[in-house]
Design a protein around this ligand. Structure first.
Ligand code: DMJ
Length: 641
């Protein structure tokens, strides 16, 4: 049997390779299969080389020939000299032709020698065992990975770091306060230590089952959400060993090149916010680098017809989509509207305006849209740019959009007037259409649904007490007093929602309906999952009024959490705050460490720790410094090149 591959391509016969006994035709047929295979490999390597050489030869398209009656040749990449029309090209005549031929011959010889060398190498390779070849491939791979790691760790361009004031301190003036603050720190240690033992690297902890926990917002991969979310709390509490432990995990394990679909909003507020805050507080470059790497992975979510990002994005493929439950394939206001702070900081730190542009585009688009009663609906379709259902809420689905308008202004050192105007307009519409007083005199924020006001307020909406107080200074027509009062009223209502339960912990949402005031009615709304919003509002009110009642209310909440949510393996949410024998949900949420415990700690600290004229907290309680920029817009600031 003739091996077709042994026939020379030109059609001429070549003597058979001397690979065995004398070459009688029938001996060729007796070659062992493995030998045939080796011959086949050598020949195909040779063909590949010839093919490759074709590409290594100078590009013929660059050697334009002109028929000038002379054997004139155009040679590329040589200085044309003065007066030449085509720089880089000049003509060679008569005597130079010899030199050119020599050059061609030299090239041909080089290619021939390269072929020989490659053939030899191929033969050598074939002598090696499979294991050796595998090991060589692995070494090559490792080299590439190593190089990539070095490239990843390259420091980003330096920008002037804002003046960081109050990253330490806040030591309370009296013993009682000191003890309370120490107690909160001890609670943080209990939450962290148990996560460290039973859930390390997982997103969250199941404190009763004593194992890791996760939800779809973090995707399918172990991204250590609790570590990233908790870092800045550890830092301000002075838990430095724990902080370093978290940092090490991030350095060695936090990887965003995973085939996992995550929530853009959640990953932004918890991971990018957490990493940026850790960077500003500690000055450790790794946090900034990781934040930027992650942000790069989120950018494909903005590839929609309108530029309104998808709710979810696959970190590997960049494919985005929206939640199946959202009205008509819409994106959610509180999600795409809660990117601004982090993205502006990313542009500031990297000098890359892309992040800033993405969020400003969202703002511009929203400004152009009609708003029913001046209210922003919760749903917006990213394909059509039209609102979905006309539902408006200052609680879930809407909340942090309003918060970020105010905080964009604060973070810009009060120079982003556009954001302040949008906030003022929105708050006026909210007051007019959503805020009411109950028969018993409790001020609440309802939700606009299907053409009427639903008299129900979510735990999430309780954050607005703090927001109104924070936005009081700088409000229109000097209504600062009014907004301080409004914030205090919301705080009182939310405190009532806690006080009217058996556990002194607030339900997920509560009604105002006839005799029912600030109480959950449906079983499915009676849970408390370690949320921070009420304590957050107490803290803002404390900072702005120094009314001792907010510290008292905060301490009540801390004691209730300690009594009903603490288990030996950490802290857990409870399923029914009206039952004096609580059932645990067995989840220690990452925001418990990021927010609830941080706000409690700050409540019992002096105001010199993270002062509010220098720091703005993102919606996950990660402090970001005010950017004292000289210009009114970031794009005109030299820091963003
Ligand atoms: C946190 O992740 C953030 O505060 C977010 O804005 C909404 N609420 C949760 C905690 O309740």
């Amino acid at each position: 049997m003739t091996t077709p591959a042994l026939l020379p391509l030109s059609g001429r016969r070549i003597p058979p390779l001397n690979l065995g006994p004398p070459s009688f035709p029938h001996h060729r047929a007796t070659l062992r299969l493995s030998e045939k295979f080796i011959l086949l490999l050598i020949l195909s390597a040779f063909i590949t080389l010839c093919f490759g050489a074709f590409f290594f030869l100078p590009d013929s398209s660059k050697h334009k020939r002109f028929d000038l009656g002379l054997e004139d040749v155009l040679i590329p990449h040589v200085d044309a000299g003065k007066g030449a029309k085509h720089p880089g090209i000049f003509l060679i005549h008569g005597p130079d032709e010899h030199r050119h031929r020599e050059e061609e011959e030299r090239l041909r010889n080089k290619i021939r020698a390269d072929h020989e060398k490659a053939l030899e190498e191929a033969k050598e390779k074939l002598k090696k065992s499979r294991e050796e070849i595998r090991a060589e491939i692995q070494t090559e791979k490792n080299k590439v990975v190593q190089e990539m790691k070095i490239r990843e760790k390259k420091p980003l361009p330096a920008v002037p770091i804002p003046n960081l004031i109050g990253t330490h301190g806040g030591d309370p003036e009296d013993n009682d306060l000191r003890e309370k603050r120490e107690k909160i720190k001890e609670m943080m240690k209990h939450a962290w230590d148990n996560y460290r033992i039973y859930g390390w690297g997982h997103n969250e902890l199941r404190p009763i089952a004593r194992k890791g926990h996760s939800t779809n917002i973090f995707g399918t991969s172990q991204m250590g959400a609790t570590i990233v979310d908790a870092l800045d709390t550890l830092y301000i509490m002075g838990l430095h060993d724990e902080f370093r432990d978290g940092q090490k995990w991030i350095e060695n394990n936090l990887d965003f090149s995973v085939n996992s679909e995550v929530s853009v909003f959640e990953v932004n507020i918890r991971f990018i916010g957490g990493l940026l805050a850790a960077y500003y507080l500690s000055g450790e470059e790794i946090f900034k680098i990781k934040a930027v790497q992650l942000a790069e992975k989120l950018l494909p979510a903005f590839n929609t017809p309108t530029g309104i990002p998808w709710a979810m994005v696959n970190l590997k493929s960049g494919v985005g989509r929206n939640w199946g439950w959202a009205s008509a394939g819409s994106s959610i206001l509180a999600e795409f509207g809660t990117l601004h702070m982090e993205f502006v900081h990313l542009s500031y730190l990297t000098g890359n305006p892309i992040y800033y542009k993405k969020v400003m585009h969202i703002r511009k688009l929203l400004q152009k849209m009609d708003r029913p009663n001046g209210l922003y609906p919760n749903y917006l379709n990213p394909r059509t740019g039209r609102w979905g259902q006309y539902h408006t809420s200052v609680g879930g689905l809407g909340d942090s959009f309003y918060e970020y308008l105010l905080k964009a202004w604060l973070m810009s050192d009060k120079t982003d007037h556009e954001a302040r105007k949008m906030y003022d307009d929105a708050v006026e519409a909210i007051e007019k259409h959503l805020i009411r007083k109950s028969r018993g005199g409790l001020t609440f924020i309802g939700e606009w649904k299907n053409g009427h006001l639903e008299k129900k307020m979510g735990h999430l909406a309780c954050f607005a007490g703090g927001m109104f107080v924070l936005g009081a200074d700088g409000s229109r027509m000097d209504k600062a007093g009014h907004y301080l009062e409004l914030g205090a009223e919301i705080a009182r209502t939310c405190h009532e929602s806690y006080d009217r339960t058996a556990l002194k912990l607030g339900p997920e949402s509560f009604k105002f309906d006839g005799a029912v005031e600030a109480v959950a009615v449906r079983q499915a709304e009676k849970y408390y999952i370690l949320r921070p919003e009420v304590i957050e509002t107490y803290w803002y009110l404390w900072r702005f009024t120094h009314d001792p009642r907010y510290r008292e209310w905060g301490w009540e909440a801390a004691l209730a959490i300690e009594k009903y949510c603490r288990v030996s393996g950490g802290f857990s949410g409870v399923k029914d705050v009206y039952s004096s024998t609580p059932t645990h949900d067995d989840v220690q949420q990452s925001f418990f460490l990021a927010e609830t415990l941080k706000y409690l700690y700050l409540l019992f600290s002096g105001d010199d720790l993270l002062p509010l004229d220098h720091w703005v907290f993102n919606t996950e309680a990660h402090p970001l410094p005010v950017l004292h920029l000289a210009n009114t817009t970031l794009s005109r600031n030299p820091a963003v090149r």
